[in-house]
Each structure stands twice: as structure tokens, then as C-alpha cells.
Design a protein around this ligand. Structure first.
Ligand code: 4AD
Ligand code: MG
Length: 462
């Protein structure tokens, strides 16, 4: 029988013959015995295979069984006399599928820095840390879909290539088939995009929200979950140029309903990870961020704090001398401010609402004060913002005026404005940065270590 190692490690000793497939983590030899640690990525723990060299037929093959080599090991499961594991494979046959020369294999037995592992990103999933991150990422993706599926939300595939700037921030990567060395020009000297592939200027999307809204206006509750792209040149531990985002959108829903879903959703996801990935979470709690599993458990059990932007500024002003960026009403919150609010003031996640309109996107609903908008950001300790959302402006005239004030051309957004012309209704949604969520759950310091192949300025090797 072939089974994954995570399954085998939970079995009792038995006479049934097993085949174990995986990669060698370590090999130790004495005159009479050979110990192999075999890992197949299904769990942090490896399976120990023990070979009795006095009776082993093909001692020659063992020369090729080196760290990193791919093997199939056969034998039966026996009780392990060593204290580290309950069972081990008493192995009497081994096949080497691909050897791995000891001298040149980039993953030595010693502990490597995460910076070094980024340089060998094609091999780093074979390490404990990155393997555990990969399993958590997969579990969280599944939890995202099961949460929304169970609540009757429909999964909508919004386009990757887009001709509108959903955030209005001008941070888009252009998509073109024009010849860069010979760009067609129109009579006014500008690039003639009519000759480009899509007949107009196109880019990679920064968000699926605008198209998501159109489906919410038909299916009521939807979500998107896909890659998004931002050409912001911020070289930080929490920014990527290509990241994954989950964006639910709910019709007949206001900001309060939006915040309720955001909180329930985050707690559901954290709880699923704690329940289904206990050993990986124990690993992160011990080696990456002390006690992170307990912190998540506490977050699941405690209501989030709510605070308006105006109150947040009051709290922050008390600490003004100590920030690199001083605060006053109207400034955008920097990571240091978000961390102060979550770590010092609220001691946990906080939802900040009603930000000044100047620092938020055009589509957010205007408050009666005409100074603030119905925005909400969910901030968490260590990271700051992981969710950004809002109630949307559903009044056509207000939205058009807002676009003009921001120098956006309403004609470019004609289809988005149509939603306000035909059957408009209050609606709201948010975006969870998937990679930031993984960072928060695992305690990993740098977002580049929670996505297989990070994309950032001057970084797209693999
Ligand atoms: O706050 P943002 O820009 O909101 C939107 O894009 C809205 N359209 C969402 C919506 O209402 N449907 O981004 C949402 C989240 C942020 O809170 C952050 O977690 C993540 O996306 N994010 C990034 N993650 C990694 N790298 C980046 N460069 C990110 N920019 C935003
Ligand atoms: Mg935001």
C-alpha cells in the first residue's frame, strides 16, 4: 500500500507491506544500521526508515541515497525504540529515482536563513518552514471557499486584464502588444492605443471589485478570489507587486453588515487553520512567532474593537512625539500608527471606520458630513491593515460628482455607473489580502516568504 507520510505516522505497527515515496532529509550510517529521514511534504514530521545492513541485499544502492534524493522505500511499520517517533519503517528494499550530489545540493542539513532560501525559491518548499507555509496557504484557500459556499455566496471570476483603474490610484502594470521600439502615434503625438491589442490602453487588474459589484447586483452575494497586481514601488515586508485578494460584495448591505461579515469570516478562517493544521501551527508558535496559535485562538474568541478614524487620530495624537510620521486629522495612517492602535491601544484587531474622503477611493459612500466616507479597514497587530472595504456610493449624482472632483472621467466607467442607473441599492464589500492573512496566521515576518514566487520591484527570477 502507498500512503502519505502524515497518514503513516498515525498508524499502528503492522505486518502489511508499505511503500513510502519521498525525499531524503538526512542519512546516518553505522556499521550495522542505516537511518533515513524521508519527507513527502504531507507533514512537518519525516518518517524514519531503518535498514539493517547485515541483511540488506543492495548495499550499493545506499551510496546514492543522499540528502535531497528521491526514493521509494519498502518495508513494514514497527514500533520505534527511539523516543522521537512512535513508529518507524523497517526497510528492506529501496529504489533511488533521482540521486542528489551531496556537494552541490543547495539545501544542506544546517539551518538556512530565509534570505538565502529566497535565492533558491525553487527548492525552498523542501524546508520545514516553507513547506509548512505552503500547507497553511492551501488550507486557508479551502477555508475561504467553504466559508462563502456555506453562506450562499457565489464565486465569480473577475478579469485579470482590465481597462479601468479600480482603485483610481494609477499603480497599474500595462498590458500591450505594441512594438516598444516603434510606437504608433496619433495626430496629437500621443500613443495611439486604438492600434493596441484591445483597442484601448489595458492593464493588469488592481482589484476585481468593480466587476464584482456588477455580479452582486444580480446574484446578491458574491466573492472573487484571484491574483491582483500593483506597480507601487514599496519595498516593504508587507507589499507584493502580485498578490492574491479575496473580495466579497453584498447587495442590500451597509457598512455595519460588511464589518460583521469581515469579522466572522476572519475568525472562521483562523479557526479552521487551528483545527486542521495543529502541528504546523505548533511549529510557527515555537520557532517563528512565539505563541501565535494562542493569540489566534484568543482573536477567535474576542469581539473586534471598533473605532472611527477621528477617534483613532485622538488616540494616536497622545503618542505624537514618538512616530516617524506625526499625525493630525486628514493624514493617511502609516504602518507604525496601525501597529500602535492594535498593539498598544486595542491589544488585538481593530476596525477603523469613516476615513477622510481624500485618502480613500472614489467609490466609497459619502457620509452626511461630506468630509468622511463609509470606509472600514481591519487592522491587526504586527502587520497593520489586512482588510480594506467600504459601503459603496450607490447614488448616481453623488458618485459622478466625486469622480469629476478626482479628475476621473465618468465616461470611462459608464458600465459601473449603469449599476446606479438600473436598480441601484446600497451595497458593500471588502478585500482581504490573502498573503497578509497568511503572514498574520503564521507569524512570518516577510510577505515574500509566504507566497511561492514573490513579485516585487526587480524581483521576478523564478
Ligand atoms: O485596501 P485595498 O487597496 O482595497 C481594495 O483593493 C478594494 N477594492 C477591496 C474591496 O473593497 N473589494 O486592498 C485590500 C487589501 C489590503 O487590506 C491588503 O491586505 C491587501 O489587499 N493589499 C496588499 N497585499 C500585498 N501587497 C500589496 N501591495 C497590497 N496592497 C493591498
Ligand atoms: Mg487599503
Amino acid at each position: 500500500m502507498k500512503h502519505r507520510i502524515s497518514h503513516i505516522l498515525k498508524q499502528k505497527p503492522s505486518d502489511e507491506r508499505l511503500v513510502v515515496e519521498g525525499w531524503i532529509r538526512t542519512k546516518r550510517m553505522s556499521k550495522t544500521v542505516c537511518f533515513l529521514e524521508i519527507n513527502d511534504g504531507s507533514s512537518l514530521a519525516s518518517l524514519q526508515a531503518v535498514i539493517d545492513l547485515t541483511s540488506f541485499a543492495s548495499a550499493k544502492t545506499l551510496e546514492d541515497v543522499t540528502t535531497g534524493s528521491a526514493v521509494s522505500a519498502e518495508g513494514i511499520l514497527v514500533q520505534s525504540p527511539g523516543g522521537n517517533q512512535a513508529v518507524e519503517l523497517s526497510c528492506d528494499a529501496i529504489t533511488v529515482h533521482g540521486s542528489s550530489p551531496v556537494d552541490s545540493y543547495p539545501l544542506q542539513k544546517k539551518r538556512h536563513t530565509l534570505e538565502y532560501l529566497r535565492e533558491i525559491a525553487h527548492l525552498r518548499a523542501r524546508t520545514n518552514t516553507i513547506g509548512a507555509v505552503a500547507r497553511i496557504r492551501s488550507e486557508v484557500s479551502y477555508a475561504v471557499h467553504s466559508y462563502f459556499h456555506d453562506k450562499g455566496f457565489y464565486y465569480v471570476h473577475t478579469p485579470i486584464i482590465s481597462t479601468s483603474d479600480a482603485e483610481g490610484a494609477g499603480q497599474m502594470f500595462q498590458v500591450t502588444t505594441l512594438d516598444m521600439l516603434n510606437l504608433p502615434k496619433s495626430s496629437d503625438g500621443q500613443i495611439d492605443y486604438q492600434q493596441d491589442f484591445f483597442g484601448k490602453k489595458a492593464s493588469l487588474t488592481v482589484s476585481g471589485q468593480l466587476e464584482g459589484e456588477t455580479y452582486a447586483m444580480a446574484l446578491k452575494n458574491i466573492y472573487t478570489f484571484g491574483p491582483t497586481f500593483r506597480a507601487e514601488n514599496s519595498n516593504t515586508k508587507r507589499h507584493l507587486s502580485e498578490f492574491w485578494m479575496i473580495e466579497p460584495e453584498m447587495a442590500f448591505c451597509d457598512l455595519e453588515g460588511d464589518m460583521d461579515i469581515a469579522e466572522e469570516f476572519l475568525k472562521y478562517v483562523f479557526n479552521q487553520v487551528l483545527t486542521n493544521c495543529p502541528s504546523d501551527m505548533q511549529f510557527f508558535s515555537r520557532f517563528i512567532e512565539k505563541g501565535i496559535a494562542d493569540v489566534l485562538q484568543q482573536v477567535v474568541e474576542t469581539p473586534f474593537t471598533h473605532m472611527t478614524y477621528t477617534d483613532a487620530i485622538k488616540e494616536l495624537s497622545a503618542n505624537n512625539g514618538k512616530f516617524d510620521f506625526p499625525v493630525s486629522w486628514g493624514v493617511d495612517l502609516q504602518t507604525e500608527h496601525e501597529r500602535y492602535l492594535t498593539e498598544q491601544v486595542c491589544k488585538g484587531p481593530v476596525i477603523v471606520t469613516d476615513y477622510p474622503k481624500e485618502i480613500k477611493a472614489f467609490y466609497m459612500k459619502m457620509n452626511d458630513d461630506e468630509k468622511t466616507v463609509r470606509a472600514m479597514d481591519v487592522l491587526v497587530p504586527r502587520l497593520g491593515e489586512i482588510i480594506g472595504g467600504s459601503e459603496r456610493e450607490s447614488r448616481l449624482d453623488v458618485l459622478e460628482k466625486r469622480m469629476v472632483d478626482l479628475s476621473l472621467n465618468p465616461e470611462d466607467y459608464w458600465w459601473y455607473l449603469d449599476l446606479r442607473r438600473f436598480g441601484s441599492v446600497k451595497h458593500a464589500g471588502f478585500g482581504l489580502g490573502f498573503d497578509r492573512a497568511i503572514q498574520y496566521i503564521t507569524g512570518m515576518q516577510n510577505i515574500r516568504d509566504v507566497i511561492p514566487y514573490p513579485r516585487a520591484a526587480k524581483q521576478a527570477e523564478f
